[in-house]
Every structure is written in structure tokens, then in C-alpha cells.
Design a protein around this ligand. Structure first.
Ligand code: C5P
Length: 236
């Protein structure tokens, strides 16, 4: 089943401390945003990519996209103050009321089979996200002392892509925009309007590259993926 994907890429990446948009950081000679776009370039189910960019970075991102020779239809849309506003701008450019994915530009390792499962679930339910169960013990802390140990058996870490029927996510974003409500992910907006969001198993490798420590792990994953591809080719 086909889908469209909105990729917010208009952040500044303060936690990376690179002094510029982290999506331009090169991982083994290729910018992070190009690695993320490559995933959707390779997914036959993806009909169109909408990249949300800062106006002043639009040319730079377009140059990167051209240099990669992507064949997919890619639109560029101007971003907003917060991630949520950037996503809303992207959604407003979609015409067809099918399934739309929202995926952070800083998550280049989402496996295609997880996307496929997510799209199927979102089509059936209206809203679905990838997530992984919390592995560590979780503490609630106030002023350097533990308040309590939180029961982790029901805690999951939300990832992207998050997938929605376009009408569902647009309704949530428009209401949030009108009422000035800001959340840290798109699923939270759908929860806020009282609709159900299904959870599909994500993948531990589907990290959001956020701090300098993540870069080493990211390069390891890229090399490993390359190794797997070469091994598959040899087998064929
Ligand atoms: O900063 P963080 O990694 O949480 O941002 C998640 C994604 O949202 C990134 O791909 C970033 O470029 C994007 N973003 C955006 N517009 C903003 C802030 C963040 O498109 N105003």
C-alpha cells in the first residue's frame, strides 16, 4: 500500500553542539539527511517525500538531494518555530487522503519491514507508531533524590515513523494549532483529541541521532548494513 512521508529537517540540533543543523553532519562521507532519505528512496511503497526545511538551508539540502540522484518525487516546504509547526506545514502540502508517515530526519536506520507493518496498522486503525519497550529501571527524581521507582512494564519509548490517516493527523494538528497546544510527538496530538493510537514493535537500531556519542554508533550501523548488502549480493 502506498504512502507519503513528511520529514521534518528544519531543526538546529542544539544537543549535538555542532553549531549548525545536525542533518548536514557527514557519516562516512554522506550527510545524515541523505542517509535518512535513502531509506524512503528504496521503499517501493513510498510514493512521495516531503522534506521540511529552513528557508535559508533549502538550497543546501536541494544540492545534497541532487547529488544523490534520488528518483522519488521530493517536495520542499518551509519549516516553523517548533518541530510540530514544521510537521504541520508539511502535512498541508498533501492532497490525497491516504496514509501519511512522519519521520525525523535524524533517524536513518528504520528497517523497511517495520515501515510496512506500521503502514498496514495505521490503515486499519487510523493512527500507529513504532516503539520499543523500556529496558532499564526507571526512577522519578526530584532534587537529586529518588521519589519513586516507576513500574516499567507498561512503558515504551516512542520512535518514528509515526503513521496516520491524513484526515486524523490534520484534525489533531489544526486543533493544536488553534489552541496553542504543543507536544513532543505527533501521536500525542492524536491522543489529545481522544483517538486511539496503536503501537507496533519498532527496532533498537532505529536511533535518533542526537548527541556526539550517537555518531560513532551510527557509523558502525552504516558499515554493518553495507556488509549485509554485499553478503546478500554474493549469495545471489
Ligand atoms: O531536535 P530533534 O532531534 O528532536 O528534532 C527532530 C526532528 O525535527 C529533526 O529532524 C529536526 O530537524 C526537526 N525539526 C524541524 N523543525 C523545528 C525543529 C526540529 O523540522 N523547528
Amino acid at each position: 500500500m502506498g504512502y507519503e512521508v513528511v520529514i521534518p529537517a528544519a531543526g538546529s540540533g542544539k544537543r549535538m553542539g555542532a553549531g549548525h543543523n545536525k542533518l548536514f553532519i557527514e557519516l562516512l562521507g554522506k550527510p545524515l539527511i541523505a542517509h535518512t532519505l535513502q531509506v524512503f528512496e528504496e521503499d517501493d511503497q513510498c510514493d512521495e517525500i516531503i522534506v521540511v526545511v529552513k528557508k535559508e538551508e533549502e538550497e543546501r539540502i536541494k544540492t545534497i538531494v541532487r547529488s544523490q540522484g534520488f528518483k522519488k518525487r521530493i517536495q520542499f516546504v518551509a519549516g516553523g518555530e517548533e518541530r510540530q509547526h514544521s510537521v504541520r506545514h508539511g502535512l498541508m502540502h498533501i492532497k490525497r487522503d491516504g496514509v501519511v508517515l512522519i519521520h525525523d530526519g535524524a533517524r536513518p536506520f528504520v528497517p523497511l519491514e517495520r515501515i510496512s507493518e506500521l503502514v498496514k496498522t495505521a490503515d486499519a486503525v487510523g493512527a500507529a507508531i513504532l516503539a520499543v519497550p523500556v529496558k532499564d529501571t526507571v526512577k522519578s527524581v526530584a532534587e537529586s533524590f529518588i521519589e519513586k521507582t516507576v513500574d516499567r512494564s507498561r512503558l515504551w519509548l516512542a520512535q518514528t515513523p509515526q503513521a496516520f490517516r491524513l484526515s486524523v493527523i490534520l484534525e489533531a494538528h489544526e486543533k493544536a494549532y488553534r489552541e496553542g497546544y504543543v507536544a513532543t510527538d505527533d501521536a500525542a496530538l492524536v491522543e489529545w483529541i481522544g483517538k486511539q493510537v496503536a503501537v507496533v514493535n519498532g527496532d533498537e537500531r532505529n536511533i535518533k541521532i542526537t548527541t556526539p556519542e550517537d555518531l560513532t554508533l551510527a557509523e558502525y550501523y552504516i558499515l554493518k548494513n553495507k556488509g549485509n548488502r554485499n553478503a546478500n549480493r554474493t549469495r545471489l
